[in-house]
Structures are given as C-alpha cells and as structure tokens.
Design a protein around this ligand. Structure first.
Ligand code: SN0
Length: 315
C-alpha cells in the first residue's frame, strides 16, 4: 500500500481487522521494521488521540517521529496553480511537499474541512496536493471529508465487542455548539457498508450526508425508533451537507440520554472523542459500563500501527 487516504485503500477488511487485533496482542512484534525510518506528522488542526496514538504506533515499530503544527508554526501554504503569490500565503505546496519528503519516509497529515465551500472541501485539496507532490507515502489523519484511521478503529472495536454475527449499529446525529465536519460520519458510514451489520443512520431532516456516501443505507428521522434493539450506538455531530457547513437548528432533544439507551439492546456507546458532555451525551451514559469510548480510543494506536506496518513493508 502506498497511501492511506480513505477506507477504499483497505483491500480485505476482515484480514485487516484480524491483523490489527494481532498487532494489539503483540505491539512490539515488529519493533525493528521501522528502524532508521522517519515519519513526519503534519497538523493543520488540533489533535490529542490522533497525534499521540500515531506517534505511539510509529514508536512501537521502531520509527523516528517528527511532529509539526501548521496552526501556529510553519508557513501558510498556497495550493493554486500559476498563482501570483502576493497575498497572505508564503510557500507553495509544490516546494513544501517535496522538501518534507526529503526529511521523512512517511508523511501523515491532518487537514479538516474549512466548511466554507463544499466543492473546495470535497475536492480534498490539501491531502490530494500532498499526495501529488510528495515522493513518500501519505497517511490521512482526518482530511476534509474522511477520517479513515478512525473508521478502521471503529471496525476493530465493534468486532471486539459484537455478540452476534450481524449486530445492529446506529449512527445518531447529536447536537453541538460548533459547526463540525462530516469526515468522521462519512468514513463510519462507508465502513459500516463494508461490515456485516444491520446499519441505520438517524438525524433531523436537513442533516443528510452526501448521497454518494450513504447510498442505500436506511435513514430514520425518528431517533427513538432507530435506537430500538441497537447493539451499538455511535454518536456524532456534523453540520449540514446540503446547506453546507450550517447549523440548522439546536435540536437539544437529540442528545443521548440514559432513557434513550434503555430502549436499545443494552447497546455499547461509541464516540470518536472529543465529546461535549451533557450536550452530545449525558454523563450517566458516557460514565456507564456500556460506554466503550476509552477502549475505542485505545484502538487508534493499533489501527495506525497496522497502516504504518503495511506501508513500511512496501517502502
Ligand atoms: C473534529 C470533527 O471532525 O468533528 C475531530 C473529531 C475526531 N471534532 C471537533 O472539532 C470537536 C471540536 C469541539 O470543540 O468540540
């Protein structure tokens, strides 16, 4: 595998999940695979889990790690072709990507949606430009429209906790004070279509995700109805795709409460984190034994480690 840009880069999902669990059981089994290799983690947005779990994954493989934040360090980058650079941006992606490729054997990049222009975000300008101009493999640490390391983590976590061959998985939209990207939800929806799951999405009208991603997945606008008999409740806010980047209404009644969890089949509660307590989910749910958010975050390391292992086996 060259790049890990989206979950389309996973060739055989079942094998990847099995391999990730093997990595989890023996994280230091390949501790020399990445010897004398360097990964550069480039962040255009904040991070906690992604930064530390990817770093941990790289260290488990014996790699050197360099981390750089472009939010407060680094030049602001220009992506346009043939642009007269007499405005704010100091450096062109063409030089930046080629230069960092000389220092690193693998690059991992986080660049969220700006939520200003749908076409711009869905063109994946930042990640695709790095892939185009870098001469080393590129890993997506959440781009404008997808978060494939999170989705792989979620697949591993559901596999670990599922009690039946075809669990019912519900992706529920939740309220949030800020407009958030669709990336996590998009990748989760794509992943659930590849897993053997009875999958349903629930959200208020107007929050439909891109139809090229949701395809035939059923959407239930009645949250309580969707939650009935659920084995996993995956909760996430996203802003509108149609009215791009907008918060349409507050909808505080979509918060996940203890009462709502009681209509599920004793479901596990999942969230990619960070989560706004008592806005997205009540304390009583996230603090309950059915909440697996901490275990889910732990699996970020093994998802990243599997991806890096596959890349290292090729470089
Ligand atoms: C990001 C998102 O894409 O929704 C990252 C999730 C892994 N989440 C946020 O930006 C939350 C920010 C906040 O203030 O709650």
């Amino acid at each position: 595998m060259n790049n890990y840009f989206s979950i389309q880069d996973i060739d055989c999902l079942n094998e990847w999940i099995k391999d990730a669990i093997k990595v989890k059981n023996e994280p230091l089994a390949y501790k020399t695979l990445g010897e004398d290799k360097t990964i550069g983690l480039l962040f255009f947005n904040p991070s906690l889990r992604t930064r530390l779990s990817t770093q941990k994954a790289a260290l488990n493989l014996g790699m050197n790690v360099m981390v750089m934040s472009f939010t407060d360090q680094g030049w602001s980058l220009e992506y346009g072709d043939g642009i007269v650079m007499d405005q704010g941006n100091s450096e062109h992606i063409k030089e930046a990507a080629q230069v960092v490729s000389q220092y690193c054997d693998v690059l991992a990049i986080r660049a969220f949606a700006k939520l200003e222009n749908r076409e711009d975000d869905y063109s994946e300008k930042v990640l695709k430009s790095f892939i185009k101009y870098a001469s080393v493999p590129v890993v997506n640490m959440e781009s404008a429209t997808n978060h494939p390391l999170q989705a792989l983590t979620d697949a591993i976590t559901i596999t670990e906790y599922q009690k039946t061959d075809k669990p019912k998985v519900v992706l529920s939209w939740a309220p949030h004070p800020k407009a958030l990207p669709q990336a996590v939800a998009n990748s989760f929806v794509e992943m659930m279509q590849r897993m053997d799951a009875d999958f349903v999405i629930t959200h208020p009208k107007g929050y439909e995700l891109a139809s090229q991603i949701t395809k035939e997945v059923p959407i239930d606008y009645n949250q309580e109805n969707a939650l009935k008999d659920a084995d996993f409740v995956y909760v996430k806010n996203w802003s509108s795709y149609e009215k791009y980047g907008e918060i349409l209404h507050e909808d505080s009644e979509w918060k996940i409460t203890g009462e709502k969890m009681s209509i599920t089949n004793d479901a596990k509660f999942m969230h990619c984190l960070p989560v706004r307590r008592n806005v997205v989910v009540d304390d009583i749910v996230i603090d309950s034994p059915n909440s697996i958010v901490i275990e889910q975050a732990n699996n970020r390391t093994y998802a990243a480690q599997l991806v890096l292992k596959k890349i290292l086996e090729k470089v």
